[in-house]
Design a protein around this ligand. Structure first.
Ligand SMILES: [Zn+2]
Length: 736
């Protein structure tokens, strides 16, 4: 569904749907589970209807396959339609009426696998679902149906369950010969009838949803176009327009009607060939409060270029593949709305008054006019048509997030391949957003779990606050902060974002994946920046908060780094300035000048002025002592100072004890290590032969070990040798 394209952003929801739905009397919407016992195969409507009236009379035949034994046939029909008689498989039956259904007991039951044909003779005046009137400015007298979402049963017996498509249908309408009737599929015949009437006989053999059968009757003229999608050359698709027979009105809309072939050809390229090519596409003119994408024949209150693009888009998005439940109306309305964008983007010459960028900007401003709301329709709103057809959420936010998904893919081939694959996989059927997500993930190889949680099931949008600083003369740092508009539901919006760094020397656009708050992103950049534009191309719903120029930061200056040693205590001293971007200093120590370990960490004062640091480090052992400084920046990057090597022989605290000694079972030893490291343990027998050797990773300090290897050796005096990186201790022990 859509509204004329001359709406102001934000008006679509309030104006269009309020006007449509104010006419829908609030009724309880029941979907009777017993209808799941049959699968609708065929529908034939044979009705008499006059333009300007919502009175309907005639017959409706539903043919279905019985899936489970059927002890009654149940179907929905509002009780303002009087049912005169019901025939099941040709036999007249008694029936019962509810407020919105017809119940036909069957005895005996029909077995599973059999066919049930239910023929209803009925008549009545529809109060919703059918629109009739006369237009003052162009003298159109019309009657037209609009069954989405629960109004099919207002005018014909219907099984209002999305999963069960009607496999084929014939729709025959008798009306006064001054009118024409548009409907689904192909017009097979127009048959003269008594009393100056004609019967229009339409036939469709494509599966369609229960809300797709439609009729539109009016004082129409017929106007034809032909679309020539490349994939079916040299054949073409018939486009049949039924427009009020009024020259001035017709001439005013003809230029836009003539755009329809180009739209069909373009969408056939982007999504796959027009789904109903063997029948037609068309428009019927009637005032139903907007447009409605009836399969192969959209009903239109107006003929703006974007509404034509929208309803046509639905032929793929909603008609051929239908949302599996109204929770996922995004798959119909989000995509049909995005079809408007795609038409403008791909066929700019047909949209002289709007650019694709300006169009998307309008979509964004409407979505951002409120803080919350998900694209996904929660269960609590499944019978609230104003929520299902929310212009801001289902249409505009739905469209905007498809654009974001396209940006996340960073590859239009993959994006459009995703759309084609989804169409192929779910054609003539129904789908959920998770089905679409899976196709997108399989096609692109990317994971869209965060994307759907944030943008589809989640609510709100981020507001970006950014500080930018030059680091030296060749780098720029952006410190990116975001605040969510509905943080209790969606606290953060991870994803790819564009930032334009503006400068008198020319703008530069960079991209970064933002995954956490106050993230530092650093780029090579050597101009003088004067601002940041967040998401300059409106790929992602967001708002810009504050942009702060942090000025130029000079990378840390390490003025000096000195080390001295005395009494086995090293004294480390360093001087710095311009350390605003320095997070901390780490002192690293090595006993050989090669393998450094972290010995201490000291936080930066973040001072611009000259700053002095000192740290004393007790050295335990060895005679070579090398030190260096690791300077860690706020963005996680780091640099090292030069290493300084000192010499002083320090007492070893490396020690070994064996207890008990002598021993009769296990060898229990205690090794004291000044530093962590690998220690080699060797045992030699009384003859000096090595009987055991192992390497153990030791912690600094006391290490207790139990070795049972000695158990199996005879009594005697053995030698234990323990060797650390730099020292060896040898000790005897006695095996009893
Ligand atoms: Zn729509």
């Amino acid at each position: 569904m859509a509204q004329p394209d001359n709406y102001e952003a934000g008006c679509r929801e309030k104006c269009s749907h309020a006007s449509i739905h104010s006419r829908i009397q609030q009724a309880a919407y029941y979907q009777y589970p017993s209808m799941d016992k049959y699968d609708v195969k065929y529908l034939k409507l044979d009705l008499s209807v006059e333009a300007g009236s919502t009175f309907i009379s005639g017959t409706a035949l539903t043919r279905a396959k019985v899936l489970q034994p059927l002890d009654s046939f149940n179907i929905e029909l509002r009780n303002n339609m009087v049912v005169d008689s019901v025939y099941i498989n040709g036999v007249r039956k008694n029936f019962q009426r509810g407020i919105d259904y017809v119940f036909v007991p069957l005895s005996p039951s029909l077995p599973a696998g059999s066919t049930v044909s239910a023929l209803f003779y009925y008549r009545g005046t529809a109060t919703t679902g059918v629109y009739a009137g006369t237009n003052g400015s162009n003298d159109l007298i019309y009657t037209a149906t609009l069954s989405e979402s629960y109004q099919a049963r207002e005018w014909f017996p219907a099984k209002q369950i999305l999963q069960d498509k009607i496999d084929s249908a014939d729709i025959w309408i008798k009306t006064s010969s001054s009118y024409k009737v548009g409907s689904n599929g192909l017009l097979v015949a127009v048959v003269d009838s008594p009393n100056n009437k004609k019967q229009y006989q339409w036939k469709t053999r494509y599966p369609m949803n229960y809300y797709m059968p439609s009729i539109a009757i009016g004082n129409y003229r017929e106007y034809l176009n032909y679309a020539k999608p490349a994939a079916m050359a040299p054949d073409s698709v018939l486009i049949q327009h039924y427009i009020v027979d009024d020259n001035a009105y017709f001439n005013s809309v003809k230029p836009n009607l003539d755009k329809t072939p180009a739209f069909i050809e373009k969408y056939s390229e982007l999504f796959g060939l027009y789904p109903f090519k063997d029948e037609k596409y068309g428009h019927c003119h009637a005032y139903i409060g907007g447009g409605m994408e009836h399969q192969t024949m959209s009903t239109m209150s107006s003929f703006g270029s974007t509404i034509i693009a929208h309803e046509l888009g639905h032929q793929w998005w909603g008609d051929r593949v239908t949302c599996a439940s109204w929770n996922h109306i995004w798959l119909n309305e989000g995509f049909a709305s995005y079809c408007e964008y795609l038409a403008i983007e791909n066929l700019p010459a047909l949209f002289p008054t709007i650019t694709a960028a300006a169009y998307m900007q309008g979509v964004h401003s409407n979505v951002l006019s409120s803080a919350g709301g998900s694209v996904y329709v929660p269960d609590a709103s499944l019978f609230d048509e104003n929520r299902i057809f929310s212009g801001r959420l289902s249409y505009n936010k739905g469209s905007a997030i498809i654009h974001t998904l396209r940006f996340e893919m960073q590859d239009d081939n993959l994006f459009f391949q995703t759309l084609k694959n989804y169409q192929q996989q779910f054609k003539d059927s129904v789908a959920t957003a998770d089905d679409f997500k899976q196709v997108a993930e399989v096609t692109s190889g990317k994971n869209f779990t965060d994307f759907f949680n944030q943008w589809y099931y989640g609510e709100g949008y981020p507001t970006f606050n950014i500080t930018y600083l030059m680091q030296g003369t060749d780098s720029i740092i952006l410190i990116v902060n975001q605040a969510a508009s509905a943080p209790g539901i969606t606290p953060f919006f991870k994803g790819l974002y564009e930032f334009t760094i503006t400068s008198a020397q020319g703008d530069t656009t960079v991209k970064a994946y933002i995954s956490s708050n106050d993230q530092f992103i650093k780029f090579k950049y050597s101009k003088t920046p004067n601002g940041i534009v967040v998401d300059p191309n409106n790929w992602v719903l967001n708002v810009t908060g504050t942009i702060t120029n942090g000025g130029v930061i000079v990378p840390l200056r390490l003025i000096s780094f000195d080390a001295a040693i005395s009494n086995c205590t090293a004294s480390l001293k360093w001087r710095t300035s311009d350390e605003q971007q320095t997070k901390q200093y780490e002192i690293e120590y090595s006993m050989d000048g090669n393998d450094f370990i972290k010995a201490a960490a000291i936080l930066s004062h973040k001072s611009t002025a000259e700053t002095f640091y000192q740290y004393n480090y007790p050295v335990v052992t060895g005679s070579i002592h090398a030190f260096r400084l690791k300077v860690i920046n706020a963005d996680g990057s780091y640099v090292y100072s030069q290493a300084i090597s000192l010499n002083e022989k320090c007492k070893a605290s490396f020690a070994l004890s064996i207890a008990p000694n002598p021993l009769s079972a296990e060898l229990a030893l205690r090794i004291m290590q000044p530093l962590p490291g690998n220690t080699i343990i060797t045992i030699m027998d009384p003859a000096g032969a090595i009987i055991y050797r192992t390497i153990k990773k030791m912690a600094a300090g006391t290490n207790n070990l139990q070795l049972d290897v000695i158990k199996k050796y005879p009594a005697g005096v053995y030698i234990l040798k323990v060797k650390s990186d730099r020292e060896v201790i040898t000790q005897r022990f006695i095996k009893l």
